[in-house]
Design a protein around this ligand. Sequence first.
Ligand SMILES: [Zn+2]
Ligand SMILES: [Zn+2]
Length: 191
Amino acid sequence: MTSLDPRAPLVLDTRELGRRPGSQREVELSVPAPAELGIEVLRVPEGSPVELDLRLEAVMEGVLLTGTATAALEGECVRCLEPIEDDILARLQELYVYPEQHDRAAEHDDRDLDDETSRLDDDLIDLEPLLRDAVVLALPFQPLCREDCPGLCTECGARLADDSDHAHEAPIDPRWASLDQLTHDTTHDQD
Ligand SMILES: [Zn+2]
Ligand SMILES: [Zn+2]
């Protein structure tokens, strides 16, 4: 594991908090969004501000982080491909375990700590994995420009929301076409 850069925008220093359980600190931060924050059809534009409103609390095992991240979103409607602008409020909650706590638990195998457990690294917290997970969780699975977006016309690709009367002449049903043919033949025979 490479050590974290304390100057990186998404790295949080917890030294001021101290380790006395119950000690708390509020942190407000505005950080530039890292690349590819979100999902393909809806994401936080790279470099746009992500407002973090965080509360750090020292607990026995480490530092409990709770809070919110708010940011602007841009993407496309999955039905009609119109651009979407929205914003997001993602809830953050994670326990960052002290490294020695983590090692002790691993030795005694008495705790449910695995490699997925977030750890403090030199009293630093890497917020990026938490932010990524929280943003993806808070996004709609299929973003729509509006809930009842009618999508695109399957015949010509026109955006149906712009043109609610959109219609094409119904193609002739092949069954009726052959019946039509039959009628003509009958008429012919009677001649
Ligand atoms: Zn749409
Ligand atoms: Zn059409």
